[in-house]
Design a protein around this ligand. Structure first.
Ligand code: FPP
Length: 224
């Protein structure tokens, strides 16, 4: 049975779900947040230590301003209302990606990270303004500037995910099969599960099915 330390998720399909319900894309995002909460709970039940969620990519800035605004508002309200609860549940929040948002949101993100920094039940890595190519370029710049030797360990140690084990597996919902510039280095040996359901329809049962499938996989890492 494979142990699970780290699960990464591309939460795709909110927009389509909202439109399918004859409502708005933003309605889908709102429902998507309910799924986030369900999956956090289920991760704790399954004793998973790291959960990395792709919430906003460097490419998502191309979306209409109204949708971007809605997403960051949703996040802001979520943190204002829920950070104390997350803290009580011994959950640590870490932002991966460049914090280039409004001063208000930046401060909220920093204070939320600080407040939960000592927690150790589950670490949620929230990918915000995250792009893997951008992360790698920044890492190589740091390595060059500090005259650090180039090797796999030193590259890993200068990513946003330093000190975090690589994901055991990635889930992408929404019936789309691509990585979309997410954790390209870190996912190099992860199992990948593409899920047909749209993110707001994804539930604890679907998650547990994937977890059980993963546990049974024979992982050879190039060996036989
Ligand atoms: C991708 O679906 C989803 C996003 C870009 C945003 C993810 C946000 C949430 C799950 C809710 C908010 C989360 C937090 C932490 C506040 P899409 O909109 O690209 O779906 P589509 O492929 O149907 O267009």
């Amino acid at each position: 049975m494979n142990p699970i330390k780290h699960v990464a998720i591309i939460m795709d399909g909110n927009g389509r779900w909202g439109l399918k319900k004859r409502k708005s894309r933003n309605y889908g995002h709102k429902k998507g947040l309910d799924t986030v909460e369900k999956i956090i709970k289920a991760s704790i039940k399954n004793k998973i230590k790291f959960l990395t969620l792709y919430a906003f990519s460097t490419e998502n800035w191309k979306r209409p301003k109204k949708e971007i605004h809605f997403l960051f508002n949703l996040l802001e309200n979520y943190l204002v209302n829920k950070i104390t609860q997350l803290n009580k549940q011994n959950i640590k929040l870490k932002i991966i990606g460049n914090k280039k948002f409004s001063k208000k949101l930046n401060n909220l993100l920093i204070s939320s990270e600080k407040k939960t920094s000592k927690n150790n039940k589950l670490q949620i890595n929230l990918a915000l303004n995250y792009g893997s190519k951008n992360e790698l370029v920044d890492t190589f710049k740091i390595i060059k500037k500090n005259n650090i030797k180039i090797n796999e360990k030193n590259i890993s140690n200068n990513l946003f995910t330093k000190n975090i084990p690589d994901p055991d597996f990635l889930i992408r919902t929404g019936n789309t099969q691509r990585l979309s510039n997410f954790l390209l280095w870190q996912l190099s040996y992860s199992e990948i599960f593409f899920e047909k359901k749209l993110w707001p329809d994804f539930n604890e049962n679907d998650y547990n099915k994937i977890i059980n499938k993963f546990k049974k996989i024979k992982r050879n890492y190039g060996n036989i």
